[in-house]
Write a protein that binds this ligand. Sequence first.
Ligand SMILES: [Mg+2]
Length: 232
Amino acid sequence: MRLGGILFDLDGTLFAREAAFWSWLLEEAAERSLDWAQIAELDARGHGPKAPLLDQLALALDWPERALEARLQRLRLGILRHARPDPRLHALLARLRRSYRLGVVTNGSTQSQRGKLRELGIEQYFDPIVVSEEVAHRKPEFAIFRLALRSWALPHGEVLFVGDDGLKDIGGARAAGLQALQVLREPVETLEPEPVRDLLAARQAEDGTASIESLWQIESWLGDHAGEHSVI
Ligand SMILES: [Mg+2]
């Protein structure tokens, strides 16, 4: 496989969103025990509708915020505060960048998604960074992949999309003619409460999709599949 560029999903792929969410929530809860399983279900790895989750948290934790937007801010800033820069991630991206163009395509708000890249200190490795809120398209729409590739002048087939979500990342990327590689776990272990451990178990790979356990296996996968001679 000839490969010139790699586009990454953010949450669950480059950014350990579950690790940040649960570490923030445990801090919020302090010694209180919450209905962790229900929270995990409502949150759905960040994909659940926000209002029921925030209502539940505000009630259980006696938040002073009444408005949905204020509660959402509390959640977003909490997750950002628990984003942990990882020297291994810098080293990995710096190495990949020597052989490939790197970009990010992420669904979410500008504040959250650019904030995560900033907290991780990894913005400089990616061009472009495409955030759904800014372009009015979301994965798995074809348009967001096309936008991301506009400046690369690479055939879609020579670009690899790396993401964790079977539908939005893998399905979307394939439909756009990209290669796809699914990551089954976040790059950092989550210290979640015991009752939700099973709910957050590793994903199963989509049928017929190449997968790696986590981001840390990408170089060995590329070594096996993309050959030594990549094109920039
Ligand atoms: Mg993701």
